[in-house]
Design a protein around this ligand. Structure first.
Ligand SMILES: [Zn+2]
Ligand SMILES: [Zn+2]
Length: 167
């Protein structure tokens, strides 16, 4: 995931736009995250005073599991980040900024992109907003079919009846 910026750095240009499709080939990372290996990267690199800044955005898709009905589905997420690109990294400097080293006119985005994907993955998702989930009694996926269980135990008429039977 190298981005070549040597031409840009030696030019008079203030900024460049980058749109790239990358493939992540880290099998371990892919299986851990259920990520589809193709990701889309787009960003702008611009010069500010003596600094070079990258504003990037990543779009990725992964196989997610619905927290209610447990089916798997593809979810696409977009996340963005900012990084400072430097020829020389200063060591031991405390800062939350992402710093990337420019080596031979290139910047390697692989680690940053993997980190951003990891951080932005939603913990809990639903296959759709009004997912009905599965029946706690018979295990049927209530989005696809209705079951015969009577899960509606909160009918007020039954409460009255229960009260009457108590006496
Ligand atoms: Zn669901
Ligand atoms: Zn049921």
């Amino acid at each position: 995931m190298l981005i070549r910026i040597n031409k840009f750095l030696s030019s008079e240009q203030i900024s460049i736009q980058i749109n790239e499709k990358f493939e992540i080939d880290d099998e371990d990372f892919l299986s851990k995250t259920h990520l589809h290996k193709d990701i889309v990267f787009s960003g702008v690199i611009f010069k500010v005073d003596d600094n070079v800044i990258l504003n990037g955005s990543i779009q990725y898709t992964f196989e997610d599991e619905c927290a209610r009905c447990l089916i798997t589905f593809d979810k696409t997420v977009t996340t963005s980040f900012e990084a400072v690109l430097m020829r020389q990294l200063e060591e031991n400097e405390e800062s939350d900024e992402i710093k990337l080293k420019i080596t031979d006119g290139c910047v390697d985005l692989e680690e940053t992109i993997k980190q951003m994907i990891y951080l932005s993955m939603p913990m809990k998702s639903l296959c759709k907003k009004d997912c009905k989930g599965i029946c706690p009694n018979c295990g049927v996926n209530l989005n696809n079919e209705e079951c015969k269980c009577n899960n509606d135990l909160t009918d007020p008429r039954f409460d009255k009846l229960k009260d009457l039977l108590k006496d």
